[in-house]
Design a protein around this ligand. Structure first.
Ligand code: 9PG
Length: 505
């Protein structure tokens, strides 16, 4: 049916199976819906598929070429969205009409995309999706996004309502070069019993570099003392032990890859589908609907929980959603969510409900209600931009503080549903190429999201930097959003206006 809706002077024609007014907007149904508007050229809110995928308000004149490297497409965004980049959006999309108010079209079920083809905003569910509800709202930006979160909360659930833990994470200091000794040195440098203690952290998290390979989640030669002993030592220093895993991906060098090629996602011709390229090789994805894979995943959760880890950073999770032939056929986000549900249930059971799951590289809307926290942007880095990736390869998902801030800022609306992790901030000037202003604006994002993490090695910080870190961790100033790009953080006005109308003509 086609229904005409008049919204305070603006005309919309809505094509859907049904259109029904609800609080704050309309409920639509239909595998395909279309909203015809008379806004003229309008900014478009594009929401990326997973943690690292570009989310931004795009000016109608924005020239944003498609990322060059199609071979690593799933690591950047969903392959379907990249086909219509950047005017296709994951789950929801929005337009800013000339008076500044916002029209939002948001899916209430998984596996949907919204595309901007002026003067039409289209919503489409993936083939095979049978529940096809949408929310359409018009009004002040913050209120329409908030109304959408309320409906998502009812459908998918809410986690992460408490104050997020303060996390020390090993990644952004030593990357994969961590050793048992370097981890212990950092631990003792941070611990409360140390004279020069600076750090009221809650979680001490070991990142990538401890395992033999992605697939063989056993400690490598650098962690010969065992991960259980390390968890005990972390616990003894008063921190919750945290560990990084990428449970859905498999490297060719792993024994898992050799032993169970049939567990990996293949295309219809039986060829392996690469999930991406990192650590110097291609990596592949598990079919998380395969009964033996499900058992293996449960076992992995039992193992790390039995070692004593309670904060689980589960990374590269998008891999479960690749298009491919599955043991049990299902659309991409549904497959991912089934895999995350397996991990959630197994971790809850093994840790008596005390496991915290931070989803990373994860389909965002499909993680709601299952993960406690989610990374909402690409990796930050001790540098501002990533010229090769951003400007030459047109890929805005690469590690760079600018990329992290941009996508995080455009996902702040998710906060009522889940802890949103903007990634770490830096207090060190050592091994840091950012200006004091760039550092400060990144630190402010930690305060705005309330998710506070750093990787700075305690011995890298001078006394003033230690004091600044201590202040950051101990004091939460009130935060008020003044506009899309401006905030009051305590008494300070903080502006991210440099993110407004990037790439416009
Ligand atoms: C460990 C890291 C850290 C980090 C995660 C994830 O597109 N890329 O090239 C790309 C590289 C690294 C990456 C994400 C994307 O980092 O976000 O916090 O845990 O893995 O390997």
């Amino acid at each position: 049916m086609l229904q005409i809706i008049e919204l305070e002077g603006w005309n919309l024609a809505v094509q859907a199976e049904s259109v029904q007014p609800v609080a704050g907007g309309y409920l639509l149904s239909g595998a395909q819906v279309a909203v015809f508007h008379d806004f003229g050229p309008a900014r478009f809110y594009r929401h990326g598929f997973h943690s690292w995928s570009l989310s931004a308000w795009l000016h109608p004149s924005a020239r944003l070429p498609r990322p060059v490297r199609s071979d690593i497409a799933p690591q950047i965004d969903s392959p379907e969205l990249l086909a219509a980049y950047p005017h296709a959006s994951s789950g929801l999309g929005a337009l800013e009409c000339p008076d500044g108010r916002v029209l939002l079209l948001g899916a209430l079920e998984l596996d949907a995309q919204v595309t901007n083809t002026p003067p039409v905003l289209r919503g489409a569910y993936a083939p095979g999706v049978t529940e096809t509800a949408w929310f359409l709202a018009f009004g002040h930006e913050e209120s329409v996004f908030f109304a959408y979160t309320k409906l998502l909360a009812g459908r998918r659930g809410v986690r992460g309502t408490s104050t997020p833990a303060r996390v020390w994470c090993s990644w952004y200091a030593q990357y994969t070069a961590i050793t048992q000794e370097s981890i212990l040195a950092a631990l003792h440098g941070l611990s409360a019993t140390d004279e020069s203690a600076c750090a009221p952290f809650d979680v001490f998290q070991i990142d990538d570099g401890w395992q033999i390979s992605h697939g063989d989640w056993v400690p490598n030669y650098k962690f010969a003392g065992g991960m259980d002993k390390l968890a005990m030592q972390i616990h003894e220093q008063g921190f919750t032990p945290g560990i990084w895993l990428a449970p859905f991906i498999v490297q060719p060098k792993s024994s898992l890859f050799q032993a169970h090629p049939e567990w990996l996602l293949h295309d219809a011709d039986g060829r392996l589908i690469p999930a991406g390229h990192n650590w110097g090789d291609w990596y592949y994805a598990l079919d998380v609907t395969h009964p033996e894979v499900i058992e293996w995943l449960k076992d992995l959760m039992r193992t790390v929980c039995a070692w004593g880890y309670r904060y689980l950073k589960l990374d590269f999770l998008f891999a479960a959603s690749l298009p491919g032939v599955r043991h049990t056929p299902m659309p991409p986000e549904a497959a991912f969510r089934a895999g995350l549900q397996t991990l959630r249930d197994a971790a809850d059971q093994a840790a008596g409900g005390q496991a915290y799951i931070l989803a990373c590289g994860a389909p965002v809307l499909a993680s709601l209600g299952l993960a406690d926290g989610i990374r909402v942007g690409p990796d930050v880095a001790p540098f501002w931009d990533n010229d090769d990736r951003s400007n030459h390869l047109h890929d805005l998902s690469g590690p760079a503080t600018l990329n992290g801030l941009r996508t995080t800022l455009n996902r702040l609306w998710l906060r009522p549903l889940i802890h949103i992790d903007p990634d770490v901030v830096f207090f060190r000037s050592r091994y840091n190429l950012m200006t004091p202003e760039q550092n400060a604006i990144l630190q402010d994002m930690g305060l705005i999201t309330g998710f506070k993490a750093t990787s700075d090695l305690p011995m890298w910080l001078d006394p003033a930097e230690r004091a600044a870190l201590d202040q950051f961790l101990s004091v939460q100033p009130p935060v008020q959003r003044l506009s899309r790009y401006e905030f009051m953080v305590g008494e300070r006005r903080v502006s991210y206006k440099f993110l407004e109308d990037e790439w416009s003509a």
